[in-house]
Structure formats: structure tokens, C-alpha cells
Write a protein of this length. Structure first.
Length: 517
């Protein structure tokens, strides 16, 4: 649903109608009641002091790594329908959104966003410096999530190196917890393991087709979750999966697994030969990836620009040039290089203003540090609480209060919860927490990239152009750059602050009192 007309920005100062948004990052936080209570107390105090009327409170209990949160979506729909509600009250940046899609969604609503803990009010009338720092914080929040994901990937890679497949086992195996070592292991499925081996033997004979194997699998109990016969593509996937020989691939690297093999390497290789003979393989066509392929749009017709090599030089032309009548001239890649270099030079601040912004970013580091310490302490307390419960349930078993079966069930759950809490603690300790340093690096990159761009390799130029720009336009031998966030803020702010003193810039930015005391 789209608004029928733009929101009247003067209503920001007139209307006191607002919505409150609260988000907790995990089910465990909600069960403990820590995060929601703290957010709600802070936001209620803020609205009481400033006289805002909350018409609805939205609360999501899930991660924001991916967009599509139920209550967040409901809030957006209400704000699109009601023009008289112009304020969103939230705790801080990583509570309202932690991905770029949500960031763009809020920005397009033309609302006034109050980030209470960060003491920031953002709207289209807000100073460009506030928008710049806010945009960089969004980048830093995304960077933090990426670092947590990276630590998870490192842990999974280490498991693979030790021969333990770090994901769900394929059909024919089951993931269990070893009763002796309490570690997760993979064993053959008692019912389906022999069926998988039978499929390999049947196909090696040369008398069975993939369709025959579908029926054979169904007759022996290998079916979909709904009880139907599995498809030919699934049969082919099983026959090509080297996991059944005791080996596996992780991140394109082959490892010798600790799990038991269902088929021998000789049988597996003979099956692959049968598949090749029957034309089941596919060929892959490789295409050259030019520096600006997929990054430039034709300014005349809006189609993508593509590159081709002629007489030792790379030229770009509109992909619709031959069929659509578009007559945008060819452009040499070195001319496009120079245009991108000029666009990157627009990101450079005056040195004094750049130093002021760096100082502001570093001051915000203390808030993030306190938040991380609180979160780690909560996780440590949760881990200790679970360990105490595990000890108590063991005493209950010894005293005969509970049965051995009940003890085993509870103990398994407590150990699983302890492992999860420990993994979260490790991830937080290992992840790069240098939010302010990341913001400073972005600014320093903006200060220097324009002058060094032409000296980079084609691959480096492509990485830089992809990082900073999105779907820029080439028209009449000129580049119309489209900057990604937060570089769009940097470009606008750099232009507005050229020649201004730091004192003048601070005065223009304003220093409102968002919170009492």
C-alpha cells in the first residue's frame, strides 16, 4: 500500500501521536524478561516527559538479521495508512532495524524517528550531520551481525577440519548426541541407511533407470515427509553425494569424515561412470566479468551497460543498442574509470570537519560498550543458572525423586541450553566490537579513495565501485553516480560543509535536549 500524498513535515511539531517499537533479539531474552522490560520503562518515561500519545505498542521477539518481522511489518502498514501518526519511539538503532531493507523502509515513511538511548531525533528536517552519523551506525550494526556470522562459520569450519560434518546429515544418516562423549555425531539411519546402499548397487548394474530407483526407494520406505515418492532429481542428488563414502565437502574443500560409510569408493565411482554415460552431467559456460558489468545503466533507455573487448581496449555499450534503437555512444573503460574517480573525490571532507565527526563517533563507543557488557553478563548468569539446574536434577535422580528416564530428558535439554549460551558468549567475545573504529575507517576511506582509485587493479576497482555505488547512470559520456548508504550521506554532507568552520558546522547541526538530565 502506498501513500496517496506526501506527509506534511510541519505535522512533526504539531502531532503528538506516536507508535512504540520494542524488539528482543532472542526467545531466551523474552523468557527472562530482561530486554523488553528495560526498553518499555525507558520509552514510557520518554513519552511521558515529552507528552507523546502512544496509540499502539509493537513488540517483536526474534532476530532482525533478516527483514520480514511480523510486528515491524504491522507498524509500517499502520504508518502508511494514518498520516496523523508521525512519530516512532524506539530504544536505539539496532532495536528498530539491523539490516538495510528495514532502514530504507523507515526512511521512505517520512516519519520522525526517536532513538531515545542514542539521544537522536531523525526526520527529513534533521541536520545532515545527524543523518550521516546515523547512516554509519546502520553500517556498523550490519557489520556486527556479519562478524557474529563469521565466528559461527569459523566454528563450523573447525568442526569440518576435525572430520565432523557441521550441518544436518543427508538422507540415510541421523544426527544424535553420543551417550558417552556428549558430543553431536552422525550415524547411519537404522531404517534408511541400507536403502541408500541398495540404490547405489541397483544403479551400478546398468539395468535400472532413475525412474526405476524412485519406485524402488518408495517400496523400501524412502519417501517425502508427506509420504509421497521422492523425485528423480533427489535420486540423482543421492547418487552424486560423496558423503555416503565417508567423505564430505565443506566450503569447496574435501574432508575425511568420522561418520561410517554406506558405500565403498569403488561402488561410488562406478555409479558416477554410469551417470556420465547416460548424459546426466551438465556443462557450465564461463563468461568474462568486466570491471563495470552490472553496475551501469544506460541514461537513454534504462537498460544495463555491458562491456566487450575490441583492439586491446574494453568498450561499454547499452545491451539494447541493437534491438531497441538506443543510440547511446560506446564508452571506453578508461573514460569510465576517470568518471568514477571524480565521483569518489566528492566524498572528501574538509580536514577539520572530518576530525569533528571522528570525535563524535568515538564518543558513541561508550554506549555500545555498556550494552555489550550487560548482554555478556546476562548470558553468563543464564549459563550458571542452567548449570545449577543440571546439578540439582542429578541430585534428584540419586535421591530417587525422579526416574532415570526423566533425568536423561532434562539433562539433555540443560546441556543443550548450556552449549548454546556458551557459544553465544564465545561469539560475542570473538566478534569485532570496534564500532567507532569502523566508522572512522569509512571516513578515512572516503578521504583517500578518490585519489588512489585510478591506480587500482580492475578487480580492486570493481570491489570499490560495488561498495560505494549502486546502479549509476551513464549518459552523454558523463556519469550520474548513485551512492549506497552511508556514502550518499557522506557525499551530501561533504558538499554542504566545504569551507565551514567546525564551530559553524556544530551550530548548524544543533544540540537538542532529547532526554531530561
Amino acid at each position: 500500500m502506498r501513500r496517496s500524498k506526501p506527509r506534511d513535515t510541519s505535522s512533526f511539531n504539531k502531532s503528538k501521536l506516536a507508535v512504540m517499537y520494542i524488539r528482543v533479539s532472542s526467545q531466551e531474552q523474552e523468557q527472562e524478561g530482561y530486554s523488553t522490560d528495560a526498553q518499555e520503562r525507558l520509552l514510557n518515561e520518554y513519552t511521558r516527559i515529552h507528552g507523546y500519545k502512544i496509540i499502539k505498542v509493537y513488540e517483536d521477539i526474534e532476530t532482525a538479521k533478516q527483514s520480514g518481522r511480523k510486528e515491524f511489518g504491522a507498524m509500517v502498514r499502520l504508518l502508511k495508512e494514518r498520516h496523523d501518526v508521525v512519530h516512532i519511539i524506539a530504544e536505539k538503532t539496532d532495536r528498530i532495524y539491523r539490516n538495510f531493507k528495514d532502514y530504507v523502509t523507515i526512511e521512505e515513511l517520512d516519519v520522525c524517528l526517536h532513538l531515545v538511548k542514542e539521544q537522536v531525533i531523525l526526520s527529513k528536517e534533521a541536520p545532515s550531520s545527524d543523518k550521516l552519523i546515523h547512516g554509519i551506525k546502520v553500517v556498523m550494526a550490519k557489520h556486527y551481525i556479519d562478524n557474529l556470522s563469521e565466528e559461527t562459520r569459523k566454528g563450523m569450519l573447525e568442526k569440518a577440519r576435525q572430520g565432523m560434518y557441521p550441518s544436518r546429515a543427508p538422507t540415510g544418516y541421523v544426527n544424535i548426541v553420543s551417550p558417552s562423549t556428549r558430543k553431536k555425531i552422525i550415524i547411519p539411519d537404522p531404517q534408511l541407511g541400507s536403502v541408500i546402499a541398495m540404490l547405489f548397487v541397483a544403479y551400478r548394474s546398468g539395468t535400472k533407470s532413475l525412474e526405476d530407483l524412485r519406485h524402488l526407494a518408495y517400496e523400501n520406505g524412502l519417501r517425502t515427509r508427506s509420504g509421497k515418492s521422492i523425485g528423480r532429481s533427489q535420486i540423482e542428488y543421492i547418487l552424486k553425494n560423496e558423503f555416503y563414502t565417508g567423505c564430505f565437502y565443506w566450503l569447496e574443500t574435501r574432508y575425511k569424515g568420522e561418520h561410517e560409510a554406506l558405500v565403498s569408493p569403488t561402488l561410488f565411482n562406478e555409479v558416477q561412470e554410469q551417470l556420465r554415460c547416460r548424459g546426466q552431467h551438465r556443462s557450465h559456460v564461463q563468461t568474462r566479468d568486466h570491471c563495470y558489468r552490472g553496475l551501469l545503466l544506460c541514461g537513454n533507455c534504462g537498460r544495463m551497460m555491458t562491456g566487450e573487448e575490441q583492439k586491446g581496449h574494453i568498450y561499454y555499450h547499452c545491451t539494447g543498442r541493437s534491438g531497441s534503437g538506443c543510440r547511446e555512444p560506446y564508452a571506453r573503460e578508461d573514460a569510465i574509470d576517470e568518471a568514477y574517480a571524480r565521483a569518489l573525490q566528492r566524498l572528501r571532507f574538509d580536514d577539520d570537519v572530518c576530525a569533528w565527526i571522528k570525535t563524535a563517533l568515538k564518543q558513541s563507543k561508550e554506549d555500545e560498550k555498556r550494552y555489550r557488557q550487560q548482554h555478556l553478563e546476562r548470558l553468563r548468569q543464564e549459563s550458571m543458572k542452567l548449570q545449577n539446574r543440571l546439578d540439582k536434577v542429578y541430585d534428584d535422580k540419586l535421591d530417587g525423586i525422579i526416574t532415570t528416564e526423566e533425568y536423561q530428558r532434562r539433562a539433555n535439554q540443560y546441556r543443550k541450553d548450556i552449549d548454546q549460551a556458551t557459544a553465544q558468549i564465545d561469539a560475542h567475545l570473538k566478534a569485532d566490537q570496534a564500532y567507532a573504529e569502523l566508522g572512522v575507517k569509512i571516513l578515512e576511506l572516503a578521504q583517500t579513495v578518490g585519489t588512489t582509485y585510478l591506480n587500482q587493479t580492475s578487480e580492486q576497482k570493481r570491489k570499490m565501485a560495488t561498495l560505494v555505488f549502486s546502479n549509476s547512470i551513464w549518459k552523454g559520456r558523463e556519469l550520474e553516480p548513485s551512492y549506497r548508504k552511508p556514502f550518499d550521506f557522506i557525499a551530501v554532507t561533504a558538499e554542504k560543509t566545504k569551507g565551514l568552520s567546525v564551530q559553524k558546522q556544530v551550530k548548524n547541526a544543533g544540540c537538542p535536549n532529547w532526554l531530561p538530565g
